[in-house]
Design a protein around this ligand. Structure first.
Ligand code: PEP
Ligand code: MN
Length: 353
């Protein structure tokens, strides 16, 4: 069993808060963010210097120059500083600038070669390392990245849950798939598990509820993007909040100090709630497709109910259900109800109702 240490020895307080802008944009912006974060009582300051962007041409961070501003923020406001590293060169520069910790971003965690390179460069180094979840909901890939870093001798490790990319529309920018961090915590009970509600939600108004949800699930800390003027942020503007708002969020959070009392039950319930939301989202997606089919049928004068097609759908769902250990009759009932609703919606399109 891997034994982890707290990120910072004197920071065993729970929850652990990390806040700061998505990106370091200018000296003024960074120092102003740092001042706000320190005023909010948060001791660990984050800022991205090299930004992994989906498309070229977007703001890719200010690079090494910004490390000087981070250094200044650290000295001026007595903050601990963490930044993202994606290559051994980033790591070397960040350590040279005196950062207290680094985080490995979701895209890097997804790539074992990249993670291994950073792990190799961490040999003999004493720093804190935060490892974000990979972009796909694969707990083994996440654990693999943690093990690579652990094997290089680092013990001050935290896992940061920032949600998972998804192709279907959900309320979130990155689907939380709470079962993945919960499984990680089960397999690595001594790891510090931190939630990043900013990247999960992608929206300011989701920071507070997602933070509470994470604490209820037994997470030990939060990493939140805070910018002095969020609307003007050069990256992730829609999810950043001011340090003042974060301080209000913190004040509103309920920290249940003994999650063990009902922790397991709360975790299972939260898991069930997440699955139920997924079911509703999938049903909405299915009805959307059904309505498109309804439109096609209307244009081509086709009958709405195609008996053979429905029998096929039913047969394959029942076979799959059986394979997955569910009863055929249960799935028969569900699929029939879904089909009835599809038919009702298609009739509406045809003006039959
Ligand atoms: C970030 O924290 O700004 C970031 C780029 O995160 P992620 O790797 O989770 O997308
Ligand atoms: Mn960001």
């Amino acid at each position: 069993m891997k034994e982890f240490k707290p990120l910072f020895e004197d920071c065993t307080l729970s929850p652990l808060y990390i806040a700061g802008p998505c990106s370091a944009e200018s000296r003024e912006q960074l120092l102003s963010a740092a001042e706000g974060v320190s005023r909010a009582g948060v001791g660990i300051f984050r800022a991205g210097v090299w930004k992994p962007r989906t498309k070229p041409g977007s703001f890719e961070g200010m690079g090494a120059e910004a490390l000087e501003w981070l250094k200044e923020a650290k000295e001026r406001y007595a903050l601990r500083i963490v930044t993202e590293v994606a290559t051994p060169e980033h790591l070397e520069l960040a350590l040279k600038a005196g950062v207290d910790g680094v985080w490995i971003g979701a895209r890097t965690t997804t790539n074992p070669f990249a993670t291994q390179q950073i792990a190799d460069a961490l040999h003999g180094v004493d720093t804190a390392v935060l490892i974000k979840n990979p972009v796909i909901p694969d707990v083994d890939l996440w654990i693999g990245a943690i093990e690579r870093i652990y094997n290089s001798g680092i013990r001050r490790i935290a896992a940061v849950h920032r949600g998972f990319g998804t192709h279907h529309a959900t309320l979130y920018r990155n689907d939380p798939h709470w079962s993945v961090p919960i499984e990680l915590q089960r397999l690595m009970p001594s790891i510090t598990l931190i939630s990043d509600p900013s990247h999960i939600g992608g929206r300011r108004d989701l920071v507070a509820p997602l933070s509470q949800q994470a604490l209820d699930l037994g997470f030990s800390g939060l990493m939140v993007e805070c910018h002095p003027t969020p609307d003007m942020a050069l990256s992730d503007a829609s999810q950043q909040i001011t340090p003042e708002v974060f301080s209000e969020v913190i004040a509103g959070l309920k920290w249940r100090r003994t999650p063990a009392d009902n922790g397991i039950l709360a975790q299972h319930r939260m898991h069930i709630d997440t699955i139920d939301s997924r079911i509703v989202e999938l049903l909405a997606e299915r009805m959307e497709v059904a309505r498109e089919i309804g439109e096609h049928k209307r244009q081509h004068g086709m009958a709405i109910v195609q008996r053979d097609r429905f029998n096929e759908v039913l047969k394959s769902a029942e076979a799959r259900a059986e394979f997955m250990g569910l009863s055929r009759s249960f799935i028969h009932t569900i699929i029939t109800a879904i089909h009835e609703e599809s038919v009702r919606q298609q009739s509406e399109i045809n003006g039959d109702n």
